[in-house]
Write a protein that binds this ligand. Structure first.
Ligand code: SF4
Length: 256
């Protein structure tokens, strides 16, 4: 068990490997995720950021806890990033909400009809997603956006259970960046799908169709450059490129 205490969580979850599989509904899973303290370094960092705060947000109460996935339980498309941003999801409590990466992502989701509004500012801003769920392999903001392999492996149980609960409707996963792509592979294998050999490689517009291991529908994997400022400010990822991947995801998922 982790040797760590949280200043924000009164009823902590210490072991995702046993807590995640016991969640029978997505809402239950989301609630459990927000109480996780399995990674001492990340618990310390997320709460330190929430305590010190960025000057522009000094008057705000930071979330400072793990960030659950966002979107309905009948999602046909999942979007998998890396981890919450220190002053984005770690501040607002919702994936990609309140930061520049989210500005780009939600604008594109709105443009292709997958989000109800083009902006994500805070919990309770009215934003909803249409048959789309946004999630990540690591649920706590890591220093320098770099989780360790041990943190990634500890957190994967949350994602595995989330994809398992979405399994009946899930048809496409859009993966933002190489970290998410690599982290996702063992999760997919352990959930419901077969991994081709050699394993599909990440790239922008990469596409792989994974046969089901449980007799259900196959899964389409689509690669997309991450919506980080590093990519969007330099033009490596343009709004048109992002919309194009999302349109393809809709097509593969059978949206009309
Ligand atoms: S990164 Fe994941 S496993 Fe680690 S403390 Fe956060 S929610 Fe728990």
């Amino acid at each position: 068990m982790p040797d760590v205490t949280s200043q924000l969580i009164a009823d902590p979850v210490e072991d995702p490997a046993t807590a995640a599989p016991r969640a029978e509904r997505l809402a239950d899973l989301d609630e459990r995720v927000t109480r996780c303290i399995a990674c001492p370094r990340l618990v310390g960092w997320r709460e330190e950021v929430a305590r010190v705060r960025r000057a522009a947000f000094r008057d705000q109460q930071y979330w400072g806890r793990p960030v659950p996935g966002f979107g309905p339980p009948d999602a046909a498309i999942a979007i998998v990033g890396l981890a919450p941003a220190a002053h984005g999801g770690n501040r607002t409590g919702r994936m990609f909400t309140g930061d520049r990466s989210g500005d780009v992502l939600y604008r594109a989701l709105y443009d292709v009809g997958l989000a109800s509004q083009p902006e994500a500012r805070h919990l309770g801003d009215g934003l909803t997603l249409h048959r789309t769920r946004i999630t990540a392999p690591v649920r706590c903001a890591p220093p320098a956006n770099k989780p360790t392999p041990a943190e990634r492996d500890t957190c994967r149980h949350w994602l595995a259970r989330e994809l398992g609960l979405l399994r009946p409707t899930l048809r496409v996963i859009v993966v933002l960046g190489a970290f998410g792509w690599q982290a996702l592979m063992p999760v997919l294998r352990d959930t419901a799908w077969q991994l081709p050999r050699p394993r599909p490689k990440f790239g922008h517009n990469a596409h792989a169709e994974l046969p089901a291991a449980d007799g259900g529908a196959p899964l389409h994997l689509l690669g997309c450059y991450h919506v980080s400022q590093q990519n969007t400010f330099t033009g490596k990822l343009t709004p048109e490129m992002l919309r194009s991947v999302l349109d393809r995801a809709k097509e593969l998922a059978g949206f009309r």
